[in-house]
Each structure stands twice: as structure tokens, then as C-alpha cells.
Design a binder for this molecule. Structure first.
Ligand SMILES: [Zn+2]
Length: 311
């Protein structure tokens, strides 16, 4: 009876697992603040993707940790960059697996910001328009490597239009854009920055990420991304912003994604390790809540655990 009248269903196919690609071979370096998650060299990443695929998980989203960083984020749009090589390896070894790529510069800049830094009256700021060219080039290089979906996460103004334009110009008009449309300046990204080695070396990202207080502004940002050509919209983080996932689901016709970020993951795991929460139940309840709020797609570090539990 309970099954018959259940309102919200969670399926492995709705989940996307974030993975971190790093240089080298045979490397599986655990991320201290995210137990069970690793920086993986491409050979190890391919194995992880095979396991993920076998569990019926909807796909993976790839982040890169480059060999070297510079002030131009050159690793982000290098045809032989870490993510580009990882995509090619995964698409050839695990062809049935959907591969999404994160498109941003912060993992590739030596200062850890998402774009080109310029100085105005001695103050460092991100040059929005110069950054757009880097992003568009990165997105095209990902598509060329075989990415099924590109996901810009930088929050620069006009980036979706710039990426759409370049993808179309280079023959990738069928590659969809999943826009991190409402990305908040959140404390819950802390563990990820250890994982991706992308902590800003000065300042913070509050000038281009959203104020957690602003829901209407989030809807406006999503509307703009949709007008610029986004095919799917994302809210990030997920659990502290369930109201906005619901508002987006009611307002927009496209698939809505939600990113259960590193801090959300680490809180649950830490509490479980202390014996304060039942891990499996916390995973399922948190993911079901995000689905109930209206997310069609959930990016989560629990993707494999949930898929196993769902059998
Ligand atoms: Zn970034």
C-alpha cells in the first residue's frame, strides 16, 4: 500500500556522480574531508566510471586537477588538458555512460578565482568579458573530446550565450548546456575546494556568486540563463535551497538539477561516523527530499551508495 501511494520516487538514473581527474597513473588519493571520494588518475577514473555505470547511475560530472596552474587558466581549454583526456578515455572505455563536464576556470588559475583577474585602482576583480572567451573555448574542447553535456559553473554574466554561440559555431549544436544558474556563495563548498585544490588565494567569490538571502534574484538569474540558451538549470547547493528548487520546478519547463554539494555530503558522513545518524537512512532521506522539492537530476557524492541501496 505504501508503495502504491508513494508520491516521490528516487531512481539511480536520476543521479550524477562528481569525479575528480588528476595527472599520473594508478593514483587514488582520498580527499580527507570527503571520505570515500578520491582524486583519480585517468586509468583509475575509468574503473570508477565502469563501476558507476554498472550500478545504473545516470552519469558522471568531471572536474580536473591540472599539472600546473597559471593566471590564464590555460589548462581549462587545452585540447590535452586533464578533463579533455579524461573524457576521451571514459567515452572510449565506458561508451554507455553519460559524461557531463564542469566548465570553469577556478581549478586552473593560480589565484583560484573563476576568471581573469584585473586590477582597478589597486583592487583585484574578475574581468567578466575576458573570462567568457576562456569558458567558450573550454566548452568546445570538452564537446570535441566527447562530453555529452557541458555545465558552466562560473556565474559570469553572459556565459551561457557565449558558450552556446561557440558550440554552435564549431558544429556542436546538439550538445546541451546544464547551467549552474543559481549558485550561491555558500560555506558548504569548503570540502570541494580541498578536493579540487581551488581555494581562492585572496578575496572570495562573493562578487560573482549569489547572496544566500536572495530567492527572487535566483529566479531572475535562471530566467536569463534560459533566455541565453540553457537546456537545463541547476540550483547549488541543494538542501539549504529546497524552496528555490521548488520555485524553479514550478516556473520553468526545462529539467531542473540540484547539486548536493561537498559540505552537505561531509556533514552527513561526519555525523554517521560519530554514531549520531544512520548513514543509509540519511542518504535516502536527503536525496528523496531534493527530489520532492522538484529536482529531476541530483548531483551527489552519494550516487553509488544510493544506487546500491535502491538495488
Ligand atoms: Zn569556478
Amino acid at each position: 500500500m505504501r508503495r502504491l501511494v508513494r508520491e516521490t520516487h528516487l531512481e539511480p538514473s536520476q543521479l550524477v556522480l562528481p569525479l575528480f581527474a588528476c595527472p599520473g597513473e594508478g593514483i587514488r588519493k582520498e580527499i580527507g574531508s570527503m571520505p570515500g571520494n578520491f582524486q583519480l588518475s585517468i586509468d583509475e577514473l575509468v574503473k570508477e566510471c565502469e563501476a558507476t555505470r554498472a550500478l545504473g547511475v545516470g552519469g558522471v560530472i568531471l572536474f580536473g586537477i591540472p599539472d600546473a596552474k597559471d593566471d590564464r587558466a590555460s589548462g581549462a581549454y587545452d585540447e590535452n588538458g586533464i578533463v579533455q583526456r579524461a573524457v576521451r578515455a571514459v567515452k572510449s572505455a565506458v561508451p554507455g555512460l553519460l559524461v557531463i563536464t564542469d566548465v570553469c576556470n577556478c581549478e586552473y588559475t593560480d589565484h583560484g578565482h573563476c576568471g581573469k583577474i584585473v586590477y582597478r585602482e589597486g583592487e583585484a576583480e574578475v574581468d567578466n568579458d575576458a573570462t567568457l572567451a576562456w569558458l567558450a573555448e573550454a566548452a568546445v574542447s570538452h564537446a570535441r573530446a566527447g562530453a555529452d553535456i557541458v555545465a558552466p559553473s562560473d556565474m559570469m554574466d553572459g556565459r551561457v550565450a557565449a558558450i552556446r554561440h561557440s558550440l554552435d559555431a564549431f558544429g556542436f549544436s546538439n550538445t546541451p548546456i546544464l547551467a549552474y544558474a543559481a549558485k550561491f556563495a555558500s560555506v558548504f563548498y569548503g570540502p570541494f575546494r580541498e578536493a579540487a585544490e581551488s581555494t581562492p588565494q585572496f578575496g572570495d567569490r562573493r562578487s560573482y556568486q549569489m547572496d544566500p538571502s536572495n530567492g527572487r534574484e535566483a529566479m531572475h538569474e535562471m530566467e536569463l540563463d534560459l533566455e541565453e540558451g540553457a537546456d537545463m538549470l541547476m540550483v547549488k547547493p541543494a538542501m539549504p535551497y529546497l524552496d528555490l528548487i521548488r520555485m524553479a520546478r514550478d516556473r520553468f519547463p526545462v529539467p531542473i538539477g540540484a547539486y548536493q554539494v561537498s559540505g552537505e555530503f561531509s556533514m552527513i558522513v561526519a555525523a554517521a561516523r560519530n554514531g549520531w545518524l544512520d548513514l543509509d537512512r540519511a542518504i535516502m532521506e536527503s536525496l528523496t527530499s531534493i527530489r520532492r522539492a522538484g529536482a529531476d537530476i541530483i548531483l551527489t557524492y552519494f550516487a553509488k551508495d544510493a544506487a546500491k541501496a535502491l538495488g
